[in-house]
Design a protein around this ligand. Structure first.
Ligand SMILES: Nc1ncnc2c1ncn2[C@@H]1O[C@H](COP(=O)(O)OP(=O)(O)OP(=O)(O)O)[C@@H](O)[C@H]1O
Ligand SMILES: [Mg+2]
Length: 400
């Protein structure tokens, strides 16, 4: 039968008394239980050097070493190696020190001279298992917290989306009245008074801009009647790029296409996806207002979890291994600030409000992609810049 002490443990003894080191090592090597390979460090500094170079399973830590004393030794150790199981082994007997050590992250607390070899062996083996369980629990807790945040976020989006499209419907008609009214006054008054002309012009501009916002909001609501046809995304990208190229030249952005020639077709509503493509190109151009390079890349592959950047891990629509078509918008801008990453898909989140940003581009793009069973995600590149990525299910042959 397999014993709980079968596995060989690599133990680091952090201990500045040569005598104690010998005693402990003898206990470990002569024990009929367990197998050990031990090394020694007289100070925390030495321990850190050894731990950086080699793998250990557990650390037996004296609280009073060459370069540190008391609980501070444990705290410093834990700060540097929070995932390493630690058994405190100390000569100082104080009532509450043991408990304090446990609350500061130690797996067990032993007092020198008050234990025999079996207790030491058991403590070391159990510390390894306890730490493993603790780490698993922490992992599960973090995952739970992440899921909770995502659920709250999803609910928030639903509420905002519903509210926004409701308000948009209500505001649409009064706005149309204002716009028609301005047109009418313009022709009826035929005023030469500069103030009147300017006032009418600014009412018209303000109403038009509000109309733009409303149109965006209504896009949320009108995504049910999509006209999906099997399309080659490259053709659509060519059209979007032709539309936008003059703007790129003006702001000194080089626009490159790297499109796979034999791409599978994807089933999409062409106008909606073109809207997404244009939005992503425009976002990249705004990010590179001092010039740069935008590469639009298309390719087919088998889907893998890591294809989705961490900004949008919510999609459950794609299955590992299925055929997908990916479009990357790879820019050389400044990337997205870490604190904004979680917000960029929120309706009305924008970092360029002053220059006319509404903050609806990405949230509408996400709604459109979701309604195609696809995914949109953004991620920063290590070398700087961002990649916006669209992932579509490839159309199955025969289902054309
Ligand atoms: N390629 C990118 N590089 C850096 N930041 C980006 C990029 N794409 C989007 N962002 C950030 O995400 C924010 C939200 O983008 P989104 O498209 O939703 O709104 P917007 O572009 O600000 O306004 P609009 O409604 O006109 O599209 C942007 O304000 C910007 O801060
Ligand atoms: Mg945008």
């Amino acid at each position: 039968m397999k014993s709980q002490f079968d596995k060989k443990l690599r133990v680091l003894l952090v201990e500045n008394s040569a005598v104690d080191c010998k005693v402990i090592d003898k206990m470990l090597q002569s024990s009929p239980y367990g197998r050990f390979e031990s090394q020694f460090a007289g100070s925390l500094e030495q321990a850190f050097i050894l731990l950086a170079k080699q793998n250990f399973d557990v650390v037996l830590l004296d609280l009073n070493v060459d370069d540190c004393t008391g609980l501070e030794t444990l705290k410093r150790f834990h700060r540097k190696f929070p995932h390493m199981p630690v058994v405190v082994n100390t000569g100082s007997y104080q009532d509450d020190l043991g408990l304090k050590a446990i609350t500061k992250g130690a797996q067990d607390y032993l007092i020198k001279g008050m234990y025999k070899s079996y207790v030491l062996v058991k403590s070391l083996y159990y510390a390894v298992e306890r730490k493993k369980a603790e780490e698993e629990l922490k992992g599960a807790y973090n995952k739970l917290q992440q899921t909770q945040t995502q659920l709250i976020q999803a609910e928030k989006m639903n509420v905002i989306g519903g509210l926004a499209s409701g308000v948009a419907h209500e505001v649409k008609n009064p706005l149309a009245t204002i716009l028609y009214g301005v047109e009418y006054l313009n022709t009826a008054l035929k005023s030469t008074d500069e103030k009147v002309v300017l006032t009418l012009e600014s009412i018209k501009e303000a109403a038009k801009s509000a109309n733009g916002i409303i149109k965006g909001l209504l896009d949320f609501a009108s995504l049910t009647n999509l006209k999906k046809e099997p399309e080659n995304i490259n053709i659509l990208i060519d059209q979007a790029v032709n539309l936008i190229r003059p703007q790129c030249e003006r702001i000194n952005v080089e626009l490159k296409k790297d499109l796979q020639s034999d791409l599978p077709l994807i089933k999409i509503d062409c106008n909606r996806i073109k809207q997404v493509v244009v939005d992503l190109i425009v976002n990249a151009l705004y990010a590179m207002s001092d010039g740069g390079c935008l590469v639009i890349r298309t390719y087919a592959k088998k889907f893998a979890e890591q294809d989705i950047g961490w900004v949008d891990k919510r999609s459950k629509s794609l299955i590992k291994g299925e055929d997908v078509v990916i479009v990357d918008f790879d820019d050389t801008g400044p990337g997205i600030k870490a604190e904004y990453l979680i917000k960029i898909f929120d309706p009305f989140f924008t970092t360029r409000r002053a220059s006319g940003g509404i903050g609806l581009g990405l949230s509408i793009a996400r709604t459109i992609m979701n309604s195609h069973g696809g995914v949109i995600s953004l991620q920063n590149k290590q070398e700087g810049g961002a990649i916006a990525r669209l992932i579509f299910k490839a159309n199955k042959k025969g289902s054309l």
